[in-house]
Structure formats: structure tokens, C-alpha cells
Ligand binder design. Structure first.
Ligand SMILES: CCCCCCCCCCCCC[C@@H](O)CC(=O)SCCNC(=O)CCNC(=O)[C@H](O)C(C)(C)COP(=O)(O)OP(=O)(O)OC[C@H]1O[C@@H](n2cnc3c(N)ncnc32)[C@H](O)[C@@H]1OP(=O)(O)O
Ligand SMILES: NC(=O)c1ccc[n+]([C@@H]2O[C@H](COP(=O)([O-])OP(=O)(O)OC[C@H]3O[C@@H](n4cnc5c(N)ncnc54)[C@H](O)[C@@H]3O)[C@@H](O)[C@H]2O)c1
Length: 276
């Protein structure tokens, strides 16, 4: 039984309406009606998205829900995760998630205990492990190498790299112990390949995500039952500049420089508008 006031219901599920939460009165668009085709592709999937409270993680949550998945939206910021669930059609909105109600969860992915509890709560809530896991949680603490503090290094590595290690490991352990296949997608960055001025910490974390994911793919991917093969796909994605709160902190003169290098002449958008 979750302790009173913990923001969790009797099953240990995060309340979609945490105590004191003031639902946005207007502004958030209702979930768009679903066309049948898009509902079918992921209708049986349970998707865990970290960093679901903003930017790319919110856009990923919306797209997964549009294709029929049930979304467990996790974020350090519980209110932001709840707002994402509200955008998906809210708790119990069977029409948007045939497989069950989307639900918000709060966790700091850099903390092992929090990630372990997160996977426990998700499985308690949905009686199964997530078959899709998208790790979007991340942050920047940009500074030139000559001036970067140890704390700025440590925090970025803890969230962006160790966080993905913890979520990937916990999700894979849950899938393996349930004999389920799955797909784990880790969000890296082009910076992990080419580097970027002012981002030694961030670039190292994102390069680490690439190597971690490639190794996890080798260990978990085999369909045939090896001591290490379990039919779990692992891939990393390396976006370029995408307009989100993360990039809004970048000095305009830097954005102007980078935009000058982008053939389309503008940053990407989280919804991935390929035809704009
Ligand atoms: C094959 C193509 C190669 C592409 C190369 C680079 C691609 C990078 C694309 C990144 C896309 C993914 C980003 C994604 O993962 C999400 C993010 O990480 S968003 C955050 C990105 N962060 C940055 O780009 C760092 C931006 N810089 C800063 O925040 C500050 O400059 C800081 C490092 C904190 C230092 O601040 P300070 O006030 O001390 O200095 P200034 O801002 O005045 O800068 C001094 C001069 O340095 C130039 N500068 C700074 N950062 C960059 C940069 N990233 N790229 C190029 N030049 C940079 C700045 O323009 C100043 O120049 P000048 O003296 O001429 O005015
Ligand atoms: N925006 C870009 O240009 C860009 C490009 C390449 C890669 N990325 C990566 O994509 C991911 C999402 O970035 P975004 O632009 O949407 O950023 P964002 O700041 O809009 O969203 C990041 C989310 O992660 C959450 N978060 C931060 N630390 C956390 C923690 N310890 N535990 C749980 N949640 C935490 C934040 O609360 C926030 O909701 C990040 O990993 C980022 O590095 C972004």
C-alpha cells in the first residue's frame, strides 16, 4: 500500500493528478482523433519514456500514443510528466490507449534506487514490463573545458550516461525475467560523434551512450537463447539541433552560426516535421 500523500495510488502507480496539481485550464490541445491505421501498429505495446515531460520526450510520447501504445511517461518533474499524460488524453482514456491508461511517473534516472522503483511501479501498474523503452531524459551544463567545474562534469555524466545505463539495465532485466522481447531506444546526439564547443561533458556522455547501446545490442539482441541473447533490440538516435527548452539556452549568436551550417536553414522540431 503506497503511503498516503506519496502521490501514488494503491497499486503504487503515480497519480495522474498528484496532490495540489492544478490542471492547465486551457491551451493544451486535446489529443487529435486517431485514424485506425495508426492505431494498429503499436496497439499492444507498453512504452516507457523518460524525459517525457518536455521536448523530444513529450513528442515521442505523443507519437507512440497516436500509434496505439500505452505510455508510461516518466520525468524528474512529476508535474511535467502529468501534463504529458494529460496531452495524451489523460488517465483512463481508453479511446487513446486501447492497451490501458497512460500514466505519469516521477524518477531521477541518475539514481539506481529510483530507477529500480520506477520499473517496479510500471510493472505493478500494467502487470507487464515495458516492451518499448525510450530514454530521452538529459540535460546540459555547457562551459569551455578550461573553465568547466567537476560538478558540471559529474552531473551531466550522471544523468545522460549513467541514467541511460540504469534504465537500459533495469528494463532489460525486467524483459529477460518475463521472457519478453523488446526495443530499447537511447537518445544520444550528433555531438557525441563530432563534438561541440562548450560541451566536453555533454559530448562525452553522448558518445558513451553510443558505445553502451552498441554493446547492449550485441548482448541482448540474439534471438537464439544464449546466456546473453534475448531478442531485445537496442538502438541509439543522434539528433541534431531540435527546438526545445534545452536549445533555448544556447546564445543566439551560436544558434546563428549553427543554423548557417544546416542545409534547411532552420532547427528541427520535436514532432519531426519532415515536410516543412
Ligand atoms: C559536420 C558539421 C559539424 C557541426 C559542428 C557542431 C554541431 C553542433 C550541433 C549540436 C546539435 C545538437 C545539440 C543537442 O545535443 C542539444 C544541445 O546540446 S543544446 C546546447 C548546445 N550547446 C552549445 O552549442 C554551447 C553553446 N555555447 C555556450 O553556451 C556558451 O558559449 C558557453 C560555452 C557557456 C561560454 O559562454 P561565454 O559567455 O563564456 O562565451 P560566449 O558565449 O560569448 O562564446 C565565446 C565565443 O565562442 C563561440 N562559441 C561558443 N559556443 C560555440 C559553439 N557551440 N559553436 C561555435 N562557436 C561557439 C561564441 O560564438 C563566441 O564567439 P565570438 O567571440 O566570435 O563571439
Ligand atoms: N534538443 C536538441 O537539440 C537535442 C539534440 C540531440 C539530442 N538531444 C537529447 O534529447 C533528449 C531530450 O532533450 P530535449 O531537447 O527534449 O530536452 P528538454 O530539456 O526539453 O527535456 C529533457 C527532459 O528530461 C528531464 N530530465 C532531466 N534530468 C532528468 C533526470 N535526472 N531524471 C529524469 N528526467 C530528467 C527534464 O525534466 C526534461 O523534461 C536529451 O537526452 C538531449 O540530450 C536533444
Amino acid at each position: 500500500m503506497a503511503p498516503r500523500g506519496s502521490g501514488l495510488d494503491w497499486r503504487g502507480c503515480a497519480l495522474a493528478t498528484p496532490p495540489g496539481w492544478d490542471w492547465p485550464s486551457a491551451g493544451c490541445p486535446p489529443a487529435r482523433p486517431l485514424d485506425m491505421a495508426s492505431q494498429l501498429r503499436l496497439r499492444s505495446a507498453l512504452a516507457l519514456v523518460t524525459g517525457a515531460g518536455s521536448g523530444i520526450g513529450r513528442a515521442v510520447s505523443v507519437r507512440l500514443a497516436k500509434e496505439g501504445a500505452t505510455v508510461a511517461a516518466c520525468d524528474l518533474d512529476r508535474a511535467a510528466a502529468c501534463e504529458t499524460v494529460w496531452l495524451l488524453g489523460g488517465q483512463g482514456s481508453e479511446k487513446v490507449a486501447p492497451g490501458g491508461a497512460h500514466t505519469a511517473f516521477q524518477a531521477d534516472v541518475s539514481e539506481a534506487g529510483a530507477v529500480r522503483r520506477l520499473l517496479e511501479q510500471v510493472q505493478a501498474c500494467f502487470s507487464r514490463p515495458p516492451s518499448v523503452v525510450v530514454s530521452c531524459a538529459g540535460l546540459t551544463r555547457d562551459e569551455f573545458l578550461l573553465r568547466m567545474s567537476e560538478d558540471d562534469w559529474d552531473r551531466v555524466i550522471a544523468v545522460n550516461l549513467k541514467g541511460i545505463f540504469l534504465v537500459t539495465q533495469a528494463a532489460a532485466q525486467a524483459l529477460v525475467s518475463s521472457g519478453c522481447r523488446g526495443s530499447i531506444i537511447n537518445i544520444s546526439s550528433i555531438v557525441g560523434k563530432v563534438g561541440n564547443v562548450g560541451q566536453t561533458n555533454y559530448a562525452a556522455s553522448k558518445a558513451g551512450v553510443i558505445g553502451l547501446t552498441q554493446t547492449a545490442a550485441r548482448e541482448l539482441g540474439r534471438l537464439v537463447r544464449h546466456p546473453w541473447g534475448h531478442g531485445i533490440r537496442c538502438n541509439s538516435v543522434l539528433p541534431g539541433f531540435i527546438t526545445t527548452p534545452m536549445t533555448q539556452k544556447v546564445p543566439q549568436k551560436v544558434l546563428d552560426k549553427v543554423i548557417g551550417m544546416i542545409p534547411m536553414g532552420h532547427l528541427g522540431d520535436p514532432e519531426g516535421g519532415l515536410f516543412m
